[in-house]
Ligand binder design. Structure first.
Ligand code: NDP
Ligand code: HSE
Length: 434
């Protein structure tokens, strides 16, 4: 029986610090739950000279990750550097040395997950990736274990804390996009490259991981329709409020008899839906299973301690199996999963919110509604504001459920009208027919 579990950590930034703190502050309950202590025996960083305000035993810090990978006493390698390279090579090298790996690197798993999981399967080691989606929310474990008996029918996720924080502050405090983004970066929520957060790419990375687990199929990232929040204007947030909707960056996945619909975009959600009430840096994932029905997981989706909590839970999970049965691996990532057939975006149906800026003159509404009508798009609600002689006014239209292909055709025709003065805004809406 092993007397302790030795862990090597590559990366000591936001999440790495959380992992160290949890292992230090909660050493006693962790030890009593596991039966043995967990010790971080080596940590690799880029810059050895940086003052980290931490007291670490001498010899623990290195700037050479290979020291960790080649250390025969290390049982688990924790990768917390982020990005594609050298993270991928370091993980594959660790697997090659028979080490179990824990990572929170959603970008890497979304793009190279298939190769990494396959290598782990062949080497009979485990990849723990709870921290990769939803920070401290145990959504990976829920899909792998607690919901394993279900066919998953749909997933709706607010899974990027930075975007949710920005949209919430823009909605509640009427602050500008740039101002709130800077605050999220200072708080350590945003990715090193915040375009991943606000462009919807981080959400798409996480959705790819969830689709893989929920539907047992690999989805190529570039097949996930992805739009971010950069073009969201306070005007549309206000019109949404007036119509009874909250604006959220939503990851959506639905099962359609062997085909999967997977998309990421700003979405209007009815105010009374629980997921519409998720605000700030909080994340939520609503999952519908055919047996369990609706469930919603809610919590802190980013940050040092919540993500550290998920990483340490993975370390403990793997440790339990090392202690009980050294040869066993915990991989539940579907073996030999094939590429899933994705529903093409133009076949998706939704309710749509349009905002047109149009000259306030006779016949404008007739022209726009005529085009919508010819494309079989039915109008559910309409708001027209203000009257500026000779100027542009906002014209907001909420449709009934329509086909994306028809919406895009109508949009091309409407944009070409002489009375349209700005690029129209289109936001997809989830919920019941208005
Ligand atoms: P940080 O940028 O805060 O930290 C990165 C760490 O990696 C730093 O300690 C850096 O060293 C080290 N590093 C970078 N390159 C190398 C290298 N080549 N060799 C050794 N060390 C290296 O990242 P985070 O902690 O925020 O994120 C880590 C991972 O967790 C990412 O994949 C991220 O997407 C994911 N994640 C982050 C969340 C968050 O809230 N921040 C939430 C969920 C997931 P040095 O300190 O010397 O610069
Ligand atoms: N940048 C990410 C977010 C971190 O804002 O949600 C957590 O994955």
């Amino acid at each position: 029986m092993k007397q302790k579990i030795n862990v090597g950590m590559i990366g000591l930034g936001t999440v790495g610090n959380g992992v160290l703190r949890i292992l230090r502050d909660n050493a006693q309950p962790i030890r009593s739950r596991l039966g043995v202590p967990i010790e971080i025996t080596k940590i690799a960083v880029r810059d050895l000279k940086r003052d980290r305000g931490l007291r670490l035993a001498s010899g623990v810090l290195t700037d050479n990750p290979t020291e960790i990978i080649e250390d025969p006493n290390i049982d688990i390698v924790v990768e917390l550097i982020g990005g594609y390279q050298p993270a991928k090579e370091l993980i594959l090298a660790s697997i090659g040395r028979g080490k179990h790996v824990v990572t929170a690197n959603k970008a890497l798993l979304a793009v190279h997950g298939e190769e990494i999981h396959e290598a782990a399967r062949r080497a009979s080691v485990t990849i723990g990736f709870e921290g990769s989606v939803g920070g401290g929310i145990p959504v990976i474990k829920a899909l792998k274990e607690a919901l394993a008996a279900n066919r998953i029918l749909s997933i709706y996720g607010i899974i990027n804390g930075t975007s949710n924080y920005i949209l919430s502050k823009m909605t509640d405090e009427e602050r500008s996009f740039a101002d709130v983004l800077a605050e999220a970066q200072r708080a350590g929520y945003a990715e090193a490259d915040p375009t991943f957060d606000v462009g919807g790419i981080d959400t798409a990375h996480k959705l790819a991981i969830l689709v893989n687990l929920a539907f047992g199929a690999h989805v190529r990232l570039d097949n996930i329709f992805t739009e971010g929040i950069t073009s969201i204007s306070p005007l549309d947030i206000d019109f949404g409020k007036e119509l009874g909707y909250k604006l959220k960056l939503l990851a959506i996945a639905k099962w359609h008899d062997g085909q999967v619909e997977a998309r990421v975009h700003s979405t209007m959600i009815p105010d009374e839906y629980p997921i519409a009430k998720v605000s700030g840096v909080y994340n939520a994932i609503q999952i519908v299973g055919d047996a369990c029905g609706d469930i919603m997981l809610y919590g802190r989706g980013a940050g040092s301690m919540p993500t550290g909590s998920a990483v340490v839970a993975d370390i403990m999970d793997i440790s339990r199996h090392i202690l009980m049965e050294p040869s066993r691996n915990l991989n539940t990532n579907p073996a030999g999963a094939s590429a899933v057939k994705l529903v093409p975006m133009d076949s998706v149906t939704s309710i749509y919110y349009f905002r047109f800026m149009a000259l306030d003159q006779p016949g404008v509404l007739a022209q726009i509604s005529g085009i919508l009508g010819r494309q079989q798009i039915s109008i559910a609600q309409m708001i027209q504001r203000g009257r500026k002689q000779g100027g542009s006014v906002p014209l907001v239209i909420m449709t009934h459920t329509a086909l994306e292909r028809d919406i895009q055709k109508a949009l091309v025709e409407i944009k070409a009208l002489a009375c349209i003065t700005e690029q129209p805004v289109l936001i997809r809406v989830e919920g019941d027919e208005p």
